[in-house]
Design a protein around this ligand. Sequence first.
Ligand SMILES: *Cc1c(COP(=O)(O)O)cnc(C)c1O
Length: 409
Amino acid sequence: MTKLELEPRPSGGSAQSAVRVDSTGLPEFTMTGGPLEVSDRVLRALSRQTLYHYDPLFPDIYRDTTKKIQEVFQTANDAIIMHGEAVLGLEAAAASMVEPGDTCLNLASGPFGKGYARHLVRHGARLVELEVPFNQSVEPDDVRRLLEREGDVKVVSMVHSETPAGTLNQVEQICGIAKEFGAVTIVDAVSSVGGMQVRPDEWGIDICVAGPQKCLGCTPGSALVTVSDDAWEKMRSKSTPLRGSVLSMLDMKERWIENGRFPYTPMTNQIFAVNEALTQLLEEGLESAFARHSAAARACRAGVKAMGLELWPASEDIASTCVTAVKLPEGVDDGELRGIMRTRYGVMISGGHGDLIGKLFRIGHMGQTARFSHVLVALGALERTLVDLGLDVPLGAGVSAAIGCSTSV
Ligand SMILES: *Cc1c(COP(=O)(O)O)cnc(C)c1O
């Protein structure tokens, strides 16, 4: 079998000389910002025979999947599945809700938050932005001050876990404040749902979007979304409500939820896989999955610090539990570091994204990879790689610190 080229090859010559991957050329471990490796159960579900979407079996499977989305999102709000990547759900939220001229407050503490503004603006928003350096998170009090100053803000958008920066925003406090001011909230919880508490009903998240390929442990290919009554109301009250479009959330409500007809052909095999991933998570129990993600994150942070590396987030209090972002050490080339980790030691990790390219690298611990064993493998591969790159790192320091900080995950 020919070797797959999944990532640009490292620029340095040395990394290419000792290739160690399995016979298919695939990495042995995928611990990135997502997608990450998935369970055998999910893979088997994906490979089930394709069903016609109005086969008597399929609508029941679809309904069961949206019911499980509500359970995993811990919400009584409607659940819909948008058939595209997670960003489709995020863009659809702006397209469906923003009325031209609406003042929209966008919170930016990383590349995904910053990037969201374009969707708001494209659909006619008058944009107000609160941006903080991308190693920090947004202060809820600053959000309150802006809402007071602006008066009539209709929409507040934010990211929960800023995956490219490895940081968390205080969604509970921020959404609480936004609701006090009568705004509807859009939360990019793409990487947080399934890995940490996200509570749309208690926190006031009107549109909550998750990606199956992050902490939910599934393959990419859909946006899992919950929508509150306030959000439906906002969509219906637009001067021209968005209908008859793949960006329309109202289509999902009015055709599927209310009439049992799909607006277009759903990706049936993706639904099988999402259903299986959600079932697996619910069998484990949400609390136990959250604890597993936190423990993996703690072990990972302890490991990288013990190697003498610095975490990217300004403080550990705001570090995400689904991904550990680490400052790129002086003189180390990001592509070379990741190239050696993958080709010599079989572990695929992520570099920076957007403005953060070349500043940091990231070890993802989400879904199936949020485990002690996976974190130890990533740390072992990382310290060996740093030594290969000529850095003065005592071999075993990171792994040993991780072992010391956590008993079992
Ligand atoms: C992964 C991710 C996205 C993008 O998801 P896609 O599936 O690529 O559309 C958006 N926001 C956050 C926070 C993410 O982690």
